[in-house]
Design a protein around this ligand. Structure first.
Ligand SMILES: *Cc1c(COP(=O)(O)O)cnc(C)c1O
Ligand code: SF4
Length: 352
């Protein structure tokens, strides 16, 4: 129901918010896919155009500007034009793990999406043949970890998911499955008992699901319930947030997001720098911002469980950029370390 009733026209959006002239103009002129679920739309602020959910969902004229985004970004980033012959489903940056892209539809078309050429702009055509991808994984014995992604893979029917998960579990060298899905946040209703039967119930070959939640306002009772059900079925749930200018790059939202995730049992995994895909310059902060936020609001300020790793996802893999404030000084005799309050302490430098 939520998917049939997708909020993807001006008329439907007006049932949830008071649309501004700027939003109206952007919606009327956009050539990209846009829209969200009635549930996620209901979390929008009726009056505030700066609402963090509105900004992630409603097209903006700023998307037409592009100073820093790279053309043909996804092909470059996912190494799709290298010599190794791979089906379109397989994105590879690492020796022992791959991203298995199985479809290009989403329940929420995030305006900041780094796969936007595929998912939102429809300028990149790829052919997602699942059996071809499965064959490739079977032939590559070095792959121990398969990350199922999209689009949003949990939009596949239960039958298709069942086939996909069972087929991957049957590949002897695969030790774990991961799923990247925004549905626990934008469509928690998708976490049904039937879905849990498909994903859960296996003791071996664990499933690690990472969702994407960018602002504390996206977390509700419904989210908490969906996560609890997933975990009860043996599925581990983490979060991959995207650092978004004007949405979560302020100290208050950033800290609240990571603390609130733990209250619904979600472990923060990554915070991503907004990648240089075309047309999303307006979401990008300067690169150090994520590390600064972790230093100023999380590390030492709240539990270690709330600490994500800040990473820049590049064509050569994810590169962590963490705050490096803590080694103040190092001599032959000792290290001087600093904590989050600026206090220092010393430890002996042990010769190797
Ligand atoms: C992100 C990504 C992975 C998984 O990376 P982890 O750091 O293990 O979470 C694997 N393959 C590709 C192509 C990716 O983009
Ligand atoms: S759910 Fe993921 S793939 Fe889909 S639009 Fe959002 S960021 Fe992109």
């Amino acid at each position: 129901m939520q998917m049939q009733n997708q909020v993807n026209t001006l008329e439907k959006l007006e049932q949830y918010i008071s649309v501004t002239p700027e939003e109206r103009e952007a919606i009327q002129s956009t050539k990209t896919k846009w829209g969200t679920t009635p549930y996620f739309a209901s979390l929008m602020d009726y009056n505030d155009p700066n609402c963090p959910i509105r900004k992630q969902v409603i097209p903006s004229k700023l998307e037409e500007q592009n100073e820093f985004g790279l053309e043909n970004y996804l092909v470059y980033k996912e190494n799709r034009d290298t010599k190794e012959d791979r089906p379109d489903t397989i994105a590879r940056q690492y020796h022992n793990r791959i991203a298995f892209t199985v479809l290009k539809t989403c329940a929420n078309y995030c305006r900041h999406c780094f796969r936007k050429e595929l998912v939102v702009d429809k300028s990149l055509e790829l052919d997602f043949n699942i059996n071809e991808g499965l064959e490739w994984i079977k032939e590559h014995k070095e792959i121990r970890d398969v990350l199922i992604t999209g689009g949003d893979p949990l939009l596949l029917s239960d039958d298709k998911l069942e086939y996909l998960i069972r087929s991957i579990r049957d590949i002897e060298h695969v030790e774990m499955i991961r799923i990247g899905s925004r549905l626990p946040i934008v469509l928690p209703h998708r976490i049904t008992d039937d879905l849990l039967k498909v994903l859960g119930g296996f003791y071996k070959i664990p499933i690690w699901l990472n969702t994407q939640c960018n602002h504390p306002r996206e977390i509700t009772e419904k989210t908490a319930e969906a996560v609890f059900k997933l975990m009860s079925a043996g599925i581990n749930v983490g979060n991959q947030a995207v650092l978004l200018k004007g949405i979560n790059d302020d100290a208050k939202s950033f800290k609240e997001l990571h603390e609130k995730l733990l209250t619904i049992r979600v472990r923060p995994y990554y915070v991503f720098y907004t990648e240089p895909a075309p047309g999303i310059d307006h979401f990008r902060t300067h690169i150090e911002r994520g590390a600064e936020l972790i230093r100023n609001t999380l590390r030492g300020h709240t539990t270690g469980l709330a600490q994500p790793m800040y990473v820049v996802a590049t064509n050569i893999g994810k590169i962590p950029l963490m705050p490096d404030y803590y080694i103040k000084h190092k001599s032959e005799k000792e290290y001087v370390l600093q904590n989050h309050r600026g206090q220092t302490t010393t430890l002996p430098n042990i010769p190797e």
